[in-house]
Design a protein around this ligand. Structure first.
Ligand code: SIN
Ligand code: MN
Length: 304
């Protein structure tokens, strides 16, 4: 799937592109049906909501689940990102976020690239977030919200919130959010929230400020979030476990367009369990990192 110049300009201006119903209901169902069994596993890669059984996020399913391994190689998802970043891509992160009916908690306002820089030493923002809805998303069940154009600010000031949810996150304070929303049009377009049927896809810039509210409805909002990084921009540090920040920088080879409905062969390296090495992390000193990589990083960021 190729993007038009108009779509590329819109992405540059607003920081996201929305493709309602890009995948069919049948394709979305094939993925969604695999989720309950993955969420039932007692594994480090399943992070549950604070004090609850409901899964908040599942990591790395593309390495042990056939349907998700196929999604990770889907040309409808990979090609437009390749087009925008102008380079081959590898999978930096792969999540299935639950936001389950009545249980799904908030995601505070944040950007992703700040963490990828500070935790993983990803040199530049040349990485893309992709959201694929596995359930219908409406105004009620905790849809993703964006501040259009906020990616133009680069990495903004954030502080580490360790308490609001079960998952530590570097969050942007209310005062700055107020300013960014005002700059984007205030009540007239300062916050947008793409809604659509299961199978819809959003591409959004790694510096776009985003959030979502709790899900108080009887409707799940399961969505896949993939982060695709330009191969030359691969991470330089393995401070986080491999199931969160991947270490295989081989370019993604796409499967045919019908791969969610036909049985193409895919490798599942973690099918029989996660290797112990995936939990190993390395921590160089900040001084060493600055000397070796010339990057300016903050100490100890440990979230998305
Ligand atoms: C969400 O699931 O609503 C947001 C998740 C994220 O920012 O990674
Ligand atoms: Mn995020």
């Amino acid at each position: 799937m190729k993007l038009t110049q108009q779509q590329k300009d819109q992405f540059d201006r607003e920081g996201y592109l929305f493709f309602p119903g890009l995948f069919s209901a049948e394709e979305a169902t094939a993925l969604n049906e695999a989720v309950p069994e993955l969420y039932s596993r007692r594994e480090a890669y399943n992070v549950r909501e604070k004090g609850k059984e409901a899964v908040r996020t599942n990591f790395a399913a593309h390495l042990y689940s056939r349907p998700f391994a196929r999604l990770a190689r889907h040309p409808r998802m990979v090609e437009p990102v390749q087009d925008l970043l102008g380079e081959q891509l590898y999978m930096h992160q792969f999540k299935i976020n639950g936001k389950m009916a009545f249980e799904g908690d908030v995601w505070q306002w944040h950007q992703d690239y700040g963490t990828w820089l500070n935790d993983d030493l990803m040199p530049t923002e040349r990485a893309m977030n992709v959201a694929i809805f596995l359930d219908d998303v409406n105004e009620f069940n905790g849809p993703l919200m964006f501040i259009p154009g906020s990616h133009k600010k680069g990495v903004v000031e954030a502080s580490h919130d360790l308490t609001t949810t079960s998952y530590p996150l570097w969050t942007v304070d209310n005062e700055l959010i107020g300013k960014l929303v005002e700059r984007a049009g205030g009540k007239h377009g300062g916050i947008v929230s793409p809604h659509g049927p299961a199978g819809s896809m959003i591409l959004f810039h790694s510096c776009l400020v985003h959030a979502s509210s709790a899900n108080l409805t009887p409707w799940n909002r399961v969505s896949v979030y993939l982060s695709l990084c330009a191969v030359s921009n691969h991470i330089r540090r393995f401070k986080r476990p491999e199931y969160i920040a991947h270490r295989d920088f081989a370019p993604i080879d796409c499967l045919p367009d019908d791969c969610l409905l036909k049985d193409y062969a895919v490798e599942l390296p973690w099918q029989d369990g996660m290797p112990a090495s995936a939990l190993q992390t390395s921590l160089e000193s900040i001084e060493e990192l600055t000397k070796t990589h010339g990057l300016r990083v903050k100490p100890a960021m440990t979230a998305l």
